[in-house]
Design a protein. Structure first.
Length: 478
């Protein structure tokens, strides 16, 4: 109320319109902000004061919100994690925040009013002279990079984004910019560029074929060695799907597709040996070593191809030689084994049946013959075992054979040995027994059984060899 009365006094004194903001009490007891205006009017020849009150509640609410917004802005301005700066039309610093000062290492007094170019590396001043006018012309800027100089002399790369604010007449008022430190990112980019440059040199000069394929199977790059290997020009290979090239046979292509999927899924894969054909239909063998790599933040499958046609040819020839050697050893061993059994058997019979008829020297000689046959038999067995291991034939390979014929063959080979002991061999076997068995292995088994029978049956005794069917099998007993 005192303010209103004072306002009335001013109206009376100056005889002019006056206004004041105040609060008046509503009938219901609360206060309303108003603006009061008063002036002197003559009524009935007497000066009187006329007052007008206008409710300014909404105005006061807006003003309070503006003040709160300004406080929030000031708080964010000072505590923002990113550096902020504002420049005038000439590029002089009007304002900076705490993050800006901490990054550059200056105090606010050392910065305000200075030309922004004073904080930029000389090699980037030209960029400022080009970009700043463009910034003022466009009204905004994004991703402009500068190399700046900190107070301690160290350099850093920063990226600026900003906008310009204007006054009510659309005249330039000031810039508002934030920046990010991109020093480490630029170092990483430079390292990546150098790495990619080295990769490109190795890629182009590698003696091995290297083909780069995207995740859709499209060839995006290949080196000159790939042209030499396949017979296709680089232009013929690029942008082609690996499946559509007449480079691989269907079975090889199936293997490559399976391997390709495993690689994309991040699983470990082995190198592939596949048969291929060149552009001029020459058949070649290649080994493929594939892996997933990243280039410029994109994933590719890198396939390294080696021509192993000559290696495969040599392997094939070596396998043939090895097989011939194994077959020769196997045949020689079997050929030696049959007479050796007779020599060993007759020597043992002489020593057992007629030992008393020989003098000591003869007995020693016969013992030496027997021991020699044992040693020779051991050597032959080892040769045979070695040949089987090298040839991979140590496993059984049964075939349709006549078991009756094989038994008679074994008996005939050892009949002379049986006669020396006056043994009678009684065969009670089927006329023809066609079975699926490994002839060489069964020959060894039956021969050993008959030799043991001859050795341990008393003279003038009987050796009975019998076969008996049991379902699909045949039991042989000696």
């Amino acid at each position: 109320m005192p303010a209103i009365l004072k306002n009335f006094e001013e109206v009376i004194t100056s005889n002019q319109l006056a206004s004041i903001e105040c609060r008046i009490k509503h009938k219901e007891g609360y206060y309303i902000p108003v603006i009061a205006k008063g002036s002197i009017v003559n009524r009935d020849r007497k000066p009187k004061i006329v007052g007008i009150f206008r409710d300014i509640t909404e105005k006061k609410l807006i003003e309070r919100k503006l003040i709160e917004s300004e406080k929030k802005f000031q708080f964010l301005f000072e505590n923002a994690p990113l550096g902020y700066q504002s420049l005038d039309y000439k590029g002089n610093v009007l304002a900076v925040n705490k993050a800006w000062l901490e990054f550059f290492g200056y105090s606010k007094n050392e910065v305000i009013g200075k030309w922004f170019g004073d904080f930029i590396d000389p090699e980037y001043i030209k960029v400022l002279h080009t970009k700043f006018p463009k910034f003022k012309e466009d009204g905004e800027v994004r991703g402009v990079e500068y190399k700046i100089i900190k107070k301690n002399g160290t350099r850093a790369m920063v990226s600026f984004n900003g906008k310009i604010s204007y006054d009510e007449n659309r005249n330039f008022k000031q810039t508002h910019c934030i920046f990010q430190d991109i020093t480490e990112r630029k170092k990483a980019e430079q390292t990546l560029k150098e790495s990619e440059k080295k990769y490109r040199v190795l890629f182009e000069n590698s003696p091995s074929s290297i083909i780069l394929v995207d995740l859709d199977g499209i060839i995006v790059d290949c080196n000159s060695a790939s042209e030499f290997l396949t017979g296709y020009d680089k232009a013929d290979l690029l942008h082609q799907n690996i499946s559509n090239l007449d480079l691989f046979f269907d079975d090889s292509l199936d293997l490559i597709k399976k391997n390709f999927k495993l690689i994309i899924d991040g699983k470990e894969t082995n190198q592939l040996e596949v048969k291929s054909k060149t552009k001029n239909d020459k058949i070649i063998w290649i080994v493929i070593i594939a892996s997933l790599i990243n280039i410029a933040e994109k994933k590719y499958v890198q396939a390294i191809l080696h021509d192993i046609t000559e290696i495969k040819k040599i392997e094939r020839e070596l396998n043939e030689i090895s097989q011939l050697k194994s077959e020769l050893l196997e045949r020689t061993s079997h050929e030696l084994k049959t007479p050796l059994i007779s020599i060993k058997g007759f020597t043992e019979l002489l020593l057992e049946l007629h030992k008393e008829k020989f003098d000591t020297e003869t007995i020693l000689i016969l013992d030496e013959i027997k021991d020699g046959t044992i040693r020779l038999q051991t050597i032959i067995n080892k040769l045979l075992e070695s040949s089987l291991l090298e040839s991979g034939k140590i496993h059984f390979e049964p075939r349709q054979e006549d078991l009756s014929f094989l038994i008679r063959f074994c008996v005939n080979n050892l009949r002379g040995l049986a006669k020396t002991r006056s043994l009678f061999v009684n065969l009670d076997i089927g006329k023809k027994l066609i079975l699926n068995f490994e002839k060489e292995r069964i020959y060894e088994v039956i021969t050993n059984l008959i030799i043991n029978a001859i050795k341990y049956t008393p003279p003038y005794g009987e050796i009975k060899i019998q076969t008996k069917k049991k379902g699909a099998n045949v039991i042989v007993s000696v």
